[in-house]
Design a protein around this ligand. Structure first.
Ligand code: NAD
Length: 531
């Protein structure tokens, strides 16, 4: 039986750790079977077998066997392999887009830009830079002048990747590709809500040289937990903060390191001098694209009182122009996951009950599938769920603020800190505000798309996660940094070895004064020890 211990944070189907789920109302999870539902219609379009813990263990064994040769290959060879995978993505682009849209309800344009493009870009980015960043790095040895030191970036072994449903291609492929380029093999567990995309990823790697380096296991929480407990060398998890805590707790038993990319409640601060045309369009796109199901969606707006009325009127107008349909050419499609739509309904109802006004939307659409109308709320405050919990739907709550300080305090009044945005004509002032925000990432006069700059490390602070993807930091997340030191010249012994010379203490003090004493530093014109 399913046991619910706490209210789900996002639309996650709660599943008791270590138990097999019983069928749920929508037929998503059955014992031993996953169903792929097309959320645009509510119809089941495919079924997949669930990997039980024993099958997860075998996948990890296969990946470990494949890891040896893969780790021994040069970075150039690994990059070549990933570029061939990118060619396959391009060859199959139409099919991949169709699979992603049928699994998530996205519009094709969204799938192309935020899924295919993001993955192709990441592969290209690391293809260009990985060799340099994985190369041994010399390190200055300070006062140990007779030593030589360097850092070596070694693969970890097998990386377990656990991914969510909102960007089922990008958020699975980004850690998979990065871990591979760093020399690891991977076992991927895609979301149980989008298993069809997991199968598409499996097929991209199937039949290639090094066939064992990517394994895919299907299932929900029990499969995910089995992967965390399987002895993998690192877990790269993307999902809710609630599940992230469970993953970290399970990983703690074996001291398995974790990379956690978790939820967000991203604030948007609109200053009095903001370009309102841009801010209005940014707010609407940032909150509604992918039906608001983006960890970095604009989840709440703080607008300066002097421009609030015009901003709100124009946002409502712009939201009214959003084309929400399944024709394949609109702006947004359906939501992906029925339980998430219930979270959205709960947040909007809670806000209404506590005095918020719904200026547009505020209801699901009367049609099959998982559709919710783009919604704008005003008269909101932090006593409402919609301002403090992740809503993860096409809902934009707008709060009017009297000063920048108030906006910054409210933005920081959150357990999350993933992305945020500041909108002002004065870029220097906006950068000053950005510095005050408790957030892993900040956009100025834009939102969300900092993720698309692959050179920028991406990740959260507070409950939004640990570690980074993208950039050199993201690549090195999947390495063990081995520090190596050697002696430059042969000497029979070091001065501090036994027997310790009787005069070492007094000579040592003289040497300290010579090196660090302020009199000498002044005379030598140095402010500190040489770096
Ligand atoms: P989720 O936490 O419900 O599930 C994520 C993955 O974890 C799924 O594959 C699921 O099967 C697996 N899982 C569930 N229980 C597990 C357990 N006990 N042990 C191991 N694995 C387990 O999240 P979701 O609903 O799929 O995705 C939405 C959430 O993800 C939102 O909170 C969103 O903000 C977050 N997210 C974060 C980022 C980021 O980069 N920071 C990106 C996208 C989504």
């Amino acid at each position: 039986m399913r046991t619910t211990q706490e209210a789900p944070e996002t639309g996650t189907v709660p599943e008791a750790v270590g138990t097999v789920p019983e069928p749920d109302a929508e037929g998503r999870e059955h014992v031993g079977e996953l169903t792929q539902v097309d959320p645009r219609t509510g119809r089941v379009i495919d079924r997949y077998a669930v990997d039980e813990p024993e099958s997860v263990r075998r996948a990890v064994e296969r990946a470990r066997a494949g890891a040896v040769e893969w780790a021994g290959a040069s970075t150039k060879d690994r990059v070549r392999h990933l570029l061939a995978v990118r060619d396959r993505i391009l060859d199959r682009a139409e099919d991949l887009v169709a699979t992603i849209c049928a699994s998530t309800g996205k519009q094709p344009a969204e799938a192309v830009t935020t899924e295919l493009t993001a993955v192709c870009e990441t592969i290209g980015y690391y293809a260009d830079h990985a060799e340099r960043w994985l190369h041994d790095q010399p390190v200055h040895t300070g006062s140990m002048v007779h030593k030589r030191a360097w850092k070596r970036y070694e693969p970890l072994g097998v990386v377990g990747v656990i991914s969510p449903w909102n960007y089922p291609f990008t958020l699975a492929m980004t850690p998979v590709v990065t871990a591979l380029i760093a020399g690891n093999s991977v076992v991927l567990k895609p979301s149980e809500v989008t298993p069809a995309v997991g199968e598409a990823i499996r097929s991209l790697f199937a039949g290639q040289s090094w066939p064992d380096v990517v394994q895919v296991v299907q299932g929900g929480a029990a499969t995910g937990e089995a992967l965390v407990r399987s002895g993998v060398d690192k877990v790269a998890f993307t999902g809710s903060a609630r599940t992230g805590r469970r993953v970290m707790a399970a990983a703690a038993d074996s001291l398995t390191p974790v990379l956690l990319e978790l939820g967000g409640k991203d604030p948007m601060i609109v200053c009095a001098d903001a370009d309102l045309d841009r801010a209005v369009q940014g707010a609407v796109w940032g909150s509604m694209q992918n039906s608001g199901q983006t960890c970095m969606s604009v989840e709440r707006v703080y607008v300066d009182a002097s421009v609030a009325e015009e901003f709100i009127d124009r946002v409502v107008e712009a939201v009214g122009r959003i084309r929400q349909d399944d024709s394949g050419v609109g702006d947004i499609g359906s939501m992906t996951f029925a339980p998430q739509l219930e979270v959205v309904e709960r947040h909007v109802a809670d806000a209404r009950d506590k005095g918020a006004r719904v200026l547009t939307g505020g209801h699901r659409l009367d049609r099959p599938g998982t559709w919710y109308a783009p919604t704008v709320l005003v008269d909101v405050d932090h006593g409402m769920e919609v301002m403090v919990e992740e809503t993860f739907g096409p809902v934009l709550p707008i709060m009017v603020t009297g000063s920048i300080d108030e906006a910054v305090d409210l933005a920081n009044d959150s357990r999350y800190g993933l992305n945020s945005s500041v909108w002002s004509a004065d870029e220097a002032a906006a950068a000053g505000i950005a510095e005050r925000l408790e957030s892993g990432n900040v956009c100025i006069n834009d939102c969300i798309v900092s993720y698309a700059v692959t050179g920028l490390p991406f990740g959260g602070v507070k409950d939004s996660g640990l570690g980074r993807v993208h950039g050199p930091e993201g690549l090195r997340e999947f390495t063990n940094v081995k520090s190596i030191m050697a002696t430059r010249w042969r000497a029979p012994r070091e001065p501090w070895w036994f027997p310790i010379p009787d005069r070492l203490a007094s000579v040592g003090i003289k040497a300290l004064r010579l090196r660090y004493g302020s009199t000498w530093r002044r005379r030598l014109g140095r402010s500190g020890p040489p770096g």
